[in-house]
Design a protein around this ligand. Structure first.
Ligand code: AMP
Length: 329
């Protein structure tokens, strides 16, 4: 069975973009692949060097993953910092990664612009840590968004380079996994193209019923169509995309007809979207609350996840040490 690995940084709550764009597919993938998921708490230090309460953030994201239907019996979930073997592989990959190529990575350049006072070495070697997470498990596939494509290219480059330098056929090149030909892109509630934490336009999985309704009712629209069958401006197209995700194609088609004959009332459409969002989110929200108040269960899941990940990681490290020529410990 092909191996899949995917990580998420514990820097906030999951929103609808994460759900439709990633986690919902993970739930399906856990039945079809040998999956492991991890919470990338080390990675988060590159942007959040003094995390306010990292343990809580980890538990939050873990509860949300579980609430969405990730089943640790099928797909272990572990916390990156629990699996120390990854650091050793990170070190070896760092030794064979060159300053020039790391400086050219787009996400590094972006971070330099965004946080000019904290251009740390961790940011520069982010692709090495990401490659260590992936290569550690000999993953075949890594579900990633477009923004991670270049880091995936680096992971493949590091795998090839390791094999070449040590004259082995050891690491295989991990492939990016795209859920569909056209990745789902969940628009924001502000009418812009992408829902995202830093954009402040999110519907969070943990939002309560009132907040969900309020946020959707306030979603940005326009004055309405002024001509029959008129092309939709971007904000309205985005609202329809959200409508299809939340209420289904039939509902979106119904409102589309109303739009085309100029009788649409966005308020009605949003009311339905809010009701459907609450139907979708209510059980998830309930499970988030249940998981997040069960520390013993979360600890057990993290421990079991770490054991499963460490078993694989240890094997890889032993082999890598032997390939490079270190003695067995
Ligand atoms: P982030 O929380 O931005 O680190 O996103 C984690 C993952 O969630 C991304 O790699 C995407 O797969 C998915 N994701 C985040 N925002 C969106 C969105 N607006 N539409 C679709 N997928 C998204």
């Amino acid at each position: 069975m092909e191996r899949v690995i995917s990580g998420i940084r514990p820097t906030g709550n999951l929103h609808l973009g994460n759900y439709f764009g990633a986690v919902k597919s993970f739930v399906k993938m856990q039945d079809e692949y040998d999956c492991m998921f991890f919470i990338a708490d080390w990675h988060s230090l590159t942007t959040h060097p003094t995390p306010e309460n990292i343990r809580n953030s980890v538990k939050t994201i873990l509860s949300e993953y579980l609430a969405c239907g990730i089943d640790p019996q099928k797909a272990p979930i572990y916390v990156q910092s629990d699996v120390k073997q990854v650091l050793e592989l990170y070190l070896y990959l760092n030794m064979n990664a060159y300053l020039g190529e790391l400086e050219r990575v787009t996400s590094f350049k972006e971070k330099v612009r965004k946080q000019p006072d904290n251009v740390n070495a961790g940011l520069l070697t982010y692709p090495c840590l990401m490659a260590a997470d992936i290569l550690m498990h000999k993953a075949d596939k890594v579900p990633v968004g477009k923004d991670q494509e270049q880091n995936m290219e680096m992971a493949r480059l590091f795998a090839r380079r390791f094999n070449r330098i040590y004259q082995v056929e050891y690491f295989k090149e991990p492939q990016s996994f795209h859920f569909a030909d056209k990745a789902v892109k969940v628009p924001g509630l502000d009418g812009t193209g992408k829902m995202g934490k830093s954009e402040g336009n999110c519907l969070y999985l943990c939002d309560d019923e009132k907040t969900v309704t309020k946020k959707i009712m306030r979603a940005v629209t326009d004055q309405g169509p002024t001509q029959l069958n008129q092309e939709k401006p971007e904000v309205i197209q985005n609202l329809f995309t959200l409508c299809e995700l939340l209420s289904g194609k039939e509902a979106a088609d119904y409102y589309n007809d109303l739009y085309n004959n100029m009788t649409i009332r966005y308020g009605d459409m949003k009311k339905q979207m809010a009701a459907d969002a609450n139907t979708l989110l209510a059980p998830i929200r309930e499970r988030i609350l249940a998981y997040s108040s069960d520390d013993a269960l979360l600890d057990k899941i993290m421990r079991q996840g770490a054991e499963a990940a460490a078993a694989r990681a240890e094997k890889t490290i032993e082999e890598v040490r032997e390939i490079i020529g270190f003695r067995k410990v």
